[in-house]
Design a protein around this ligand. Structure first.
Ligand code: EPZ
Length: 434
């Protein structure tokens, strides 16, 4: 299965962002804390959500779809057991089971995936948070564990070598909000997902202040009540459509996303020569035929999100002049650039951390293969800007995080379709492994 894309069409129109994958995963984990039935509305129908549902069900928190995007999660029957390791290894976010299990049962053990195509993904900061709350922690036989007879509120600092951690901050919140005493998370991540989980937990009865800043204070409560909550629109998905619109000289509006959550993207789009307008719940970009080169650096919020980086690089391949995009969150997130080079893009990676992109006037279609979610989205954006036909493989990655990507691009005027037939010759495949 692959996407067949005939590039070069100017993308024009309006699309609505699906619910945020990364907010929904964290909110689902948070829904394990109340004993009743939590209702999450606007949950995207993507593969990662299904894997996480299965993981939650395996530890006694089953869920049901009551309509296309509404998930009802039962937190009443949480079990003291380890989720099947082959399931846990399927996704990074399996670590989100640990905070609620530790907070409610005093024990958690979860299998963790190994290295990943975007760089190291350690869990030391997650375990540091649990240890600060009084748990014994460790990693054994590919599983992370934490155990405590009694947890108590504590101060903790969660900054790693690349800055704050979104996952560790949320896991700390999930455990601390039901732990007696006051906890303070210094060096907390400020991403919108942290703000969302906090809003959910506070609606459920938690007492958390400071989310969205580097210091979060949590006063533990005995129990939480089940509530209903709307998952916010996906900021990374929104950025994907906006950058694709910009790269094709188009006029694209994305609805259902809060502009404040898009980091510095509107400003960056303006520097790239676009007109970018924001209003409550919508962002619109109107682009010139060729973008201007820019310099951009990813980082923890409010800097440019690392998840936007691959799509931004793809959009800059046809810009006028030389662009620099520096990656400061993950240590190996440029692997996809050799695939973009098949289109004729000129990208050089300096010191593993900076992409130097020399804009070219024309890209030509080519077969390409994605290696992770955002990288595959970047290849799609590259193909949309290239003249002629491209094929993009790696749909299993794309389907982990984008609901209806080709349908949305087609509604904007892209010539894109999913094709079931096997794609490429052995020769091309061998070349891809180089
Ligand atoms: C979340 O991952 C997202 N995933 C990622 O999105 C996103 O790229 C990342 O945040 C950064 O914004 C989910 O929300 C499910 P981190 P997370 O802990 O929380 C280091 C996507 O494509 N670190 O904020 O796991 C880490 O190596 C995915 O949707 C430690 O050193 O990321 C990285 O350099 C990909 N020790 C930095 O912190 C730890 O214990 C930030 O990672 C944890 C992290």
């Amino acid at each position: 299965m692959h996407l067949q894309i005939v590039g070069g069409n100017r993308l024009v129109g309006t699309v609505t962002a699906a619910g945020s994958k990364n907010a929904a995963l964290a909110l689902m984990a948070a829904a394990m804390l109340p004993a009743g039935e939590t209702v999450l509305r606007g949950v995207p129908r993507i593969a990662d959500i299904e894997v996480f549902r299965a993981l939650m069900a395996s530890v006694g928190a089953p869920s049901e779809w009551t309509d296309r995007h509404t998930l009802v999660i039962s937190g009443g029957g949480l079990l003291d057991q380890t989720p099947p390791v082959e399931l846990a290894r399927k996704m990074r976010a399996s670590y989100y089971l640990m905070g609620p299990l530790l907070g409610r049962l005093g024990r958690a053990r979860v299998g963790l995936p190994g290295g990943c195509t975007i760089g190291a993904r350690p869990v030391d900061l997650h375990l540091k948070a649990f240890a600060a709350l009084g748990a014994r922690t460790g990693i054994e036989a590919g599983e992370a564990w934490a155990e405590a007879r009694r947890l108590r509120g504590a101060d903790m600092t969660l900054v790693g070598p690349f800055g704050p951690s979104v996952g560790a901050t949320i896991n700390a919140l999930l455990a601390a909000c039901v732990t007696p005493g006051v906890s303070r998370i210094h060096g907390a991540a400020q991403e919108p997902e942290v703000v969302e989980v906090t809003a959910f937990l506070n609606r459920a009865g938690a007492r958390i202040a400071g989310a969205g800043t580097g210091l979060i204070e949590v006063e533990g409560v005995r129990r939480l009540q089940a509530v209903a909550y709307d998952v916010p629109g996906d900021r990374i998905e929104a950025a994907t459509y906006l950058l694709a619109g910009a790269a094709t000289g188009g006029d694209v509006q994305v609805e259902g996303v809060a502009p404040w959550a898009l980091d510095g993207l509107p400003r960056l789009l303006t520097q790239m020569g676009c007109a970018c307008a924001t209003e409550a719940g919508a962002v619109r970009v109107v682009a010139p035929p060729r973008l201007q080169a820019v310099e951009a650096v990813t980082g923890p919020f409010p800097a440019l999100a690392t998840d936007i980086q691959p799509v931004l690089v793809a959009a800059l391949c046809r810009a006028q002049g030389g662009s620099l995009v520096e990656e400061r969150v993950f240590d190996a997130r440029f692997g996809y650039t050799s695939e973009l080079e098949r289109l004729g893009a000129q990208i050089r990676i300096v010191a593993g951390a900076t992409a130097v992109i020399t804009g070219v006037a024309r890209l030509g279609g080519a077969p390409m293969s994605g290696t992770d979610l955002r990288a595959t989205a970047a290849l799609v954006v590259g193909a949309l800007t290239a003249e002629g036909e491209s094929q993009v493989e790696g749909l299993a990655f794309l389907d982990r995080g984008y609901e209806g990507l080709e349908r949305k691009f087609a509604s904007l005027g892209a010539d894109i379709r999913r094709v079931g037939a096997p794609l490429r010759t052995t020769a091309v495949k061998q070349e891809a492994v180089r």
